[in-house]
Design a protein around this ligand. Structure first.
Ligand code: PLP
Length: 460
């Protein structure tokens, strides 16, 4: 099929996720054709680009791992599908749940397997609701999340997401969904002092719970680093402080590690860095490194037993899906986790963090850059029109699209957020050479954008 024919069919038939539908029709798709050597993507025109975003912060092991392909193929040959309904199960799904219990924070003993992050968040909301009903506290129905947070786009989970595009026209947030301010050191009203940022979040959570009444609040949801909100990195100690506050307030503490899990921020899970034990945890992306779809919700004994003992042994807990615990996805996840651990990928990423941090730090000298931040191999560069006042660029300049296009022309993929934050989530196999290429291409891209007369005029 010719490229033009493919692009035409895309316009006519394929709805893209989180896209401006008419804008997409005009611009057309950049068709990706192959990925190789961990970090490289090739498009349908043969152009090679360095993927500094691991697909959608998911291909943590990188492209081209033959052992993963083999694990999937073997499982497909042996048993391509097994339902988890009617008392059936499959070995990969059982082994994966046990493996997750081994590597996750100790509090998390039980796993429900999903197809991705949104479905894991949706399962969390449904099971929390069920838990409080089953344990005789049906009034505990309010959920608190964080401004700029992202928890997927299911019909209820999208209301815990606090980004305007996910609310506009979708009738969320619901009346029982609430937010506190983002722990955003660069733009926090309390300044960037770590203890002040932490204290402000704890106070905001306490105030919100007091406003709603502790007896009415079910849970607090957070990401250890806010990903889609612009890679907002809270100070170290923040997650632990929010865990303790939630415990004191008598509400469930739910950590969404869909991005931060599986080595993205250094350890296997961000919770482990601060010895945090959540009541529930969601994960996806790095679980299978994007080779096949899968997510998971893990829950504590307390939540599990509350639901299990809430009804007679033969009464169904009506939450499920055809592909929960899909054996091919589970087989892939087991191999991917083996690569993180025995394959040395996590250790390699930890060794690369100082170089990544140094490269980001050098970007601060650039006239467009107001802030850089990172945790592990998850980072951001925030562009401002005036470094002293932190004034943002006028969205009318269309800078986000221009930066993305210019980056691509320079052979680099990063996330270009609408508010002029550039997000980076390189595969955990990035080498020193790859990082050198990343920062050289990024600098070229920023220089090109800086050269544009309208951008120069917008600078203070
Ligand atoms: C923190 C977080 N939660 C949930 C989701 C939703 O996951 P999915 O896109 O797999 O549905 C994402 C996706 O980016 C995410 O970053």
């Amino acid at each position: 099929m010719t490229t033009d024919a493919l692009l035409d069919l895309d316009r006519k038939h394929l709805i893209h996720p989180v896209a401006a539908w008419r804008g997409h029709e005009q611009r057309g798709t950049t068709v990706l054709a192959s990925g190789h050597d961990g970090v490289w993507l090739r498009d349908i025109h043969g152009k090679e680009v360095l993927d500094a975003f691991a697909g959608l912060w998911c291909v943590n092991i990188g492209y081209g791992h033959e052992s993963v392909v083999q694990a999937a193929a073997e499982q497909m040959r042996k048993l391509p599908y097994a339902t988890g309904y009617f008392g059936f199960g499959s070995e990969p799904a059982i082994r994966l749940a046990a493996k997750l219990a081994e590597i996750a924070p100790k509090s998390l003993r039980h796993t429900y397997l999903t197809l991705g992050g949104s479905e894991a968040v949706d399962a969390a909301i449904r099971l929390i609701t069920h838990y409080y009903n089953a344990t005789g506290r049906p009034q505990k129905k309010h959920f608190i999340a964080i401004e700029r947070g992202y928890h997927g786009s299911s019909s209820v989970g999208s209301g815990l997401t606090a980004l305007p595009a996910f609310h506009r026209g979708f009738d969320v947030p619901l009346p029982n969904q609430h937010y506190i301010a983002s722990p955003y050191p660069y733009r926090s009203p309390v300044g960037d002092d770590p203890q002040a940022v932490i204290a402000a979040s704890v106070a905001a959570l306490r105030a919100k719970v007091a406003e709603l009444g502790a007896d009415n609040v079910a849970a607090f949801f957070c990401e250890p680093v806010q990903g889609s909100g612009g890679v907002i990195v809270p100070p170290k100690g923040w997650l632990k402080a929010m865990r303790e506050a939630s415990r004191e307030l008598g509400i469930l503490f739910v950590v969404d590690e869909v991005i931060t899990g599986f080595g993205r921020t250094g350890p296997m899970f961000a919770c482990l860095a601060e010895d945090v034990e959540p009541d529930l945890m969601t994960m996806a992306k790095g679980l299978t490194s994007g080779y096949v779809p899968m997510g998971a919700l893990m829950i504590s004994d307390e939540v599990y037993n509350g639901i299990a003992d809430g009804a007679a042994p033969n009464v169904l807990v009506g939450h499920g899906a055809t592909y929960s615990g899909h054996p091919v996805s589970a087989a892939v996840a087991l191999e991917v986790i083996r690569l993180y651990e025995e394959g040395g990928i996590l250790a390699h990423a930890q060794a690369m963090e100082p170089g990544f941090a140094a490269g980001l730090g050098e970007m601060l000298d650039h006239p467009l850059v107001g802030d850089v931040r990172h945790r592990g191999l998850l980072g951001a560069v925030e562009l401002v029109a005036d470094k002293a006042s932190k004034r943002a660029f006028d969205p009318a300049l269309g800078l986000a699209d221009r930066l993305f296009r210019s980056g691509y022309q320079n052979g680099l993929i990063f996330r270009s957020f609408g508010d002029h934050i550039l997000g980076f989530a390189p595969a955990l196999c990035f080498t020193e050479d790859n990082f050198a290429q990343l920062f050289a291409r990024l600098k070229r891209t920023l220089d090109e954008v800086l050269d544009a007369p309208d951008v120069r005029r917008a600078l203070a």
